[in-house]
Write a protein that binds this ligand. Structure first.
Ligand SMILES: [Zn+2]
Length: 497
């Protein structure tokens, strides 16, 4: 596996890169920053292979955590053709990560040379040799070495020191096995940088691991997986991310796991992180929510940018924002101009747009006038739409029965109705009569054919189709988010505009 930078921003540490040289797919290139598709048990959650083919490019790159496919190890070992063939995703570039970062981990109780993986059959203590045996059976195109990531914001200095010491020891053993393995010698290898929120331990870990014979690094140990990541701000992680990046080689791949707030993702891209995953799309689906944040593309043309941001092109090609052969559409999104400024827009149930406080990058007055005219037309259309909606017959739905004490299901529903800044809940009764797509501007299969009201009904009746439709939208939404990130890095030199 090779990784090369093809564009370096002068104003930030953001860059565009290309992952290539994959042994199974020698002609394929993946442009970074990119989010590999999160999988569970070897498949994209809720989506069969046939649905993937219908709604997406079925050869999308995937990340399969060893923790949630460990149960298949013996079978895959006998099968001999690797995990992607075993699970019907043989066309996908396969990154095997270590832990399932979408599921909250119990306390690991690691031992000196062993790390706990929480499989569906319980805790499995695993050492470096056992882990590399697993990698040889799974045959990934890229994998993260075994490390101790059992740290978060509350970890003591003793815990962060232990995680670094153990991770360095495990890395040395895994790298040695990697060099001597005929099966894995062409496989990309990522080291897990640990140290929690302790700047000293982060520095020590990054300095040591930067000398290892690896293709890149995962900045890990920031949270103990699952939804805990939603409560972590960029300000929380900035000091340790900065000190880690400062000590790592600029030209190697950098990855961060997890369902981070999209604003944090943007800032991580601007700090030089290249590789992410789509666990946010999965976790949002599990809550019965639809991602609805919008992220603007810059209107700058490449010719304007070239005057201020010099590009470095690879010998093979300019990074043209392709992912699996799907080209980026360079059309600016008109809906993202508010009072002449770009901003993040969330559309809450009820059709009420909620605008972020973060107003950035003013545009020219000429553009503003054109945009105001477009907005006026759009407002007129929206008024027509609302008038039409008011004429629709009300659903003859019986009122909810009086409740004395909330049942567990009701508590769950109430909890899921909480809004984050980037998603809204389809369990919320307010969407019961919303006969509009999840996102009127979205081109995914779900938004083309189905309404919020229908998906609300599916969730209420616990139909399995509900998470299928939500997953299609959320995954598509997250892929478009990264497409826009690549566009802005290329044309503006930064993701956070
Ligand atoms: Zn959609």
């Amino acid at each position: 596996m090779r990784f090369s930078k093809v564009f370096l921003s002068e104003s930030t540490d953001a860059s565009l890169g290309v992952i290539s040289g994959i042994k199974r797919f020698p002609s394929r290139e993946i442009c970074t920053p990119v989010a590999f598709t999160y999988t569970k048990g070897g498949s994209v959650p809720h989506l069969t292979r046939e649905v993937l083919e219908m709604a997406f490019d079925a050869s999308m790159p995937v990340v399969m955590p060893a923790e949630n496919i460990a149960f298949a190890y013996e079978a895959v070992k006998v099968f001999q053709n690797g995990m992607t063939s075993f699970s019907g995703l043989s066309e996908s570039i396969f990154w095997c990560s270590q832990f399932d970062h979408a599921v909250n981990s119990p306390k690991s109780l690691n031992q000196k040379d062993k790390v706990a993986l929480w499989t569906r059959f319980g805790k499995k203590l695993i050492d470096a040799d056992s882990y590399m045996d697993m990698m040889e059976a799974f045959k990934p195109d890229l994998f993260t070495v075994l490390s101790n990531n059992d740290t978060n914001k509350t970890s003591s200095n003793k815990q962060t020191r232990k995680s670094v010491d153990q991770s360095i020891s495990l890395l040395q053993k895994c790298v040695e096995r990697h060099k001597n393995s005929s099966i894995l010698k062409d496989t990309g290898i990522l080291a897990g940088i640990q140290g929690g929120y302790n700047v000293h331990d982060r520095t020590r870990c990054a300095e040591t691991m930067s000398k290892a014979e690896v293709d890149g690094f995962v900045i890990d140990g920031l949270f103990t997986n699952g939804l805990e990541v939603e409560n972590i701000t960029f300000e929380d992680i900035e000091p340790v991310i900065k000190v880690t990046m400062d000590h790592l080689p600029k030209d190697k791949l950098k990855a961060v796991y997890g369902a981070w707030n999209p604003d944090v993702i943007l800032k991580l891209v601007d700090m030089g992180v290249d590789l992410f995953d789509t666990s946010l799309a999965y976790l949002s689906t599990e809550k019965g929510c639809a991602l609805n944040f919008k992220y603007p593309k810059t209107t700058k043309r490449s010719s304007e940018v070239l005057e201020t941001v010099p590009t470095k092109k690879s010998a093979s090609s300019e990074c043209n924002l392709l992912t699996n052969g799907v080209a980026t559409v360079d059309k600016p999104d008109d809906d993202l101009l508010v009072n002449g400024n770009w901003c993040v827009i969330n559309t809450m149930p009820g059709g009420q747009p909620v605008f972020s406080d973060r107003i950035v990058n003013s545009v020219s007055s000429e553009d503003t006038n054109v945009q105001n005219e477009k907005e006026t037309r759009k407002d007129t259309n929206k008024t027509d739409e609302l008038n039409h909606k008011s004429k629709l017959p009300k659903l003859n739905t019986p009122p909810d029965p009086p409740k004395k004490k909330a049942t567990p299901a009701e508590v769950e529903e109430k909890s899921a109705a909480k809004y984050s800044s980037f998603e809204f809940s389809l369990r919320d009764p307010s969407v019961r009569e919303e006969f509009i797509p999840l996102d009127p501007d979205c081109l995914c299969l779900t938004c083309k054919k189905h309404t919020r009201a229908y998906i609300h009904h599916l969730l209420k009746t616990k139909e399995l189709l509900a998470p299928v439709l939500l997953m299609i939208h959320n995954l598509h939404h997250y892929q478009m988010f990264f497409e826009n990130i690549r566009h802005n890095v290329k044309h503006c030199g930064k993701a956070f505009i």
